[in-house]
Ligand binder design. Structure first.
Ligand code: EPU
Length: 418
């Protein structure tokens, strides 16, 4: 087990470089299997979710060469084997292998994917899309046997704009015959990153990033290239860190447009920022004002920053309301933040009231999931004494080099293995 130990109160300054986006990279790697040649993906983050995907690639027999942050994948000789449950349940993104293998072989057997325990996270929209494209699905407990005589393009209407279902439908439709329309598709920039990657291999995908995506199926996909976009959630987390305790902290290598609604919310709270084309400079203020936030799919305020921003809201003057609309179980960090000093009341299962300003004082907490853990790090950075975060391996699933990045900026933080 890993534990993060933070002695709070140290100002953050200098520069933090943002890595490639976890939620893009974890889709790009499985998408690589659709190619009949070799693909190259650069700006891959060094996080444990990527290690889990590489384990799956290796298990299937792909040739993988990793050099620095670039991965080359050749899947010419893979075998379409069932991925063992102990590997596939390590992360949510393992279900992108379901669609990549279905697209490539018209047959796949796989277990229900894993992921952070932030809600029930059903995959009905993914399965519905597979069926629309001609697949038959035999479901036994949490195992799926999916096969198709022929994959045929079709009209797919997603009941909600699911990121996973949009990408899964896109991967399969790329290898189906004829035209597919995905309506009510999710808009996240990670989806555009995946569509551009597939197009570089020879796919014909138009409209990714809007709610209607058109895909003309192709028989073969060749070599391709992708650069993983900057991680907007990692960037948002460090922007919040800068708003909490920054002294001219510069967050580098970002696409500010991907953070538009986060930046607007920080401005509304009075956070001093200077915004440039690929970086933002942020400094703490003592005049933070409360704000109300409701999470939403892109371009709305991201659910993945809901737990981190709770810490900022809790030191602002006044009462803030925070509503989580995407997941039913994403307030698991609240009891722990309260242990550290936050003043939060649950209004309903999906809504909390935060009263500020709170004083954080350190203590021992548990990272129940990735972003919950990030919120505890943020609290630890401003706490009076020492904060101990257990189960820190959850945080390492999604934050590349968090210890080094924060240390370099001035924090007193270390990760120990118990
Ligand atoms: N949903 C369904 N049925 C489905 C699919 C989704 O009911 O078939 C529901 C989910 O339960 C959830 C909502 O729709 O309430 C949105 O789910 P979505 O499919 O969009 O999420 P995801 O693809 O499972 C990705 C990210 C999450 C991020 C969400 C929303 C990956 C691997 N995960 O999840 O990232 O919160 O999109 O932006 O890309 C994180 O990084 O901490 C994280 C949880």
């Amino acid at each position: 087990m890993k534990q993060i130990i933070i002695k709070g109160g140290k100002p953050l300054s200098g520069e933090i470089n943002i890595s490639g986006a976890k939620n893009s990279a974890v889709a790009l790697i499985p998408a690589a299997l659709l190619s009949d040649g070799e693909v190259t993906i650069s700006n891959i983050p060094n996080i444990s979710d990527i290690n889990a995907l590489n384990e799956i690639l290796e298990y299937l027999g792909a040739t993988v060469v990793i050099k620095d942050d670039t991965i080359k994948i050749n899947s010419t000789n893979i075998s379409n084997k069932e991925i063992p449950e102990n590997i596939s349940k390590k992360l949510r993104a393992s279900y992108y292998f379901m669609s990549a293998l279905l697209g490539k072989y018209k047959h796949v057997e796989m277990f229900f994917p894993g992921g952070c325990p932030i809600g029930s996270r059903p995959i009905d929209q993914t399965l519905k899309s597979f069926r629309a494209l001609g697949a038959t699905i035999i479901e036994e407990e949490n195992r799926f046997k999916i096969f198709a005589k022929e994959l045929k393009g079709n009209y797919i209407y997603l009941d909600m704009p699911s990121v996973g279902a949009t990408i899964n439908a896109m991967l399969v439709a790329t290898k189906a015959t004829g035209e597919t329309i995905i309506e009510n598709a999710a808009h996240e920039p990670e989806i555009v990153n995946v569509a551009n990657f597939l197009n570089s291999m020879g796919a014909k995908i138009i409209g990714a990033g809007t709610d209607k995506i058109k895909i003309i199926g192709v028989r073969n996909l060749g070599s391709g290239f992708a650069e993983v976009i900057p991680d907007r959630i990692e960037a948002g987390t460090y922007l919040i860190a800068g708003a909490l305790i920054g002294d001219n902290l510069t967050i580098n290598n970002i696409i500010p447009e991907h953070l538009e609604n986060v930046i607007l919310k920080l401005k509304e709270m009075n956070v001093p920022m200077e915004i440039f084309s690929t970086k933002i400079k942020v400094t703490k203020t003592n005049n933070l004002v409360a704000a109300n936030i409701r999470t939403a799919g892109y371009p709305g305020f991201p659910t993945d920053l809901q737990q981190p921003i709770t810490v900022l809201l809790s030191i602002a003057n006044g009462e803030s309301l925070l509503e989580e609309t995407i997941y039913e179980n994403r307030f698991q960090n609240i009891p722990y933040l309260k242990t550290l000093g936050a003043k939060v009341t649950m209004i309903s299962e999906r809504q909390i009231k935060i009263t500020g300003p709170a004083n954080y004082h350190g203590g021992t907490v548990i990272a129940t999931d990735l972003r919950a853990g990030a919120s505890m790090i943020l609290a630890g950075l401003i706490a009076e004494n020492t904060t101990y975060i257990d189960k820190a391996e959850h945080i390492l699933r999604g934050y590349d080099g968090i210890e080094e990045k924060l240390k370099k900026a001035g924090a007193d933080i270390k990760i120990i293995t118990e």
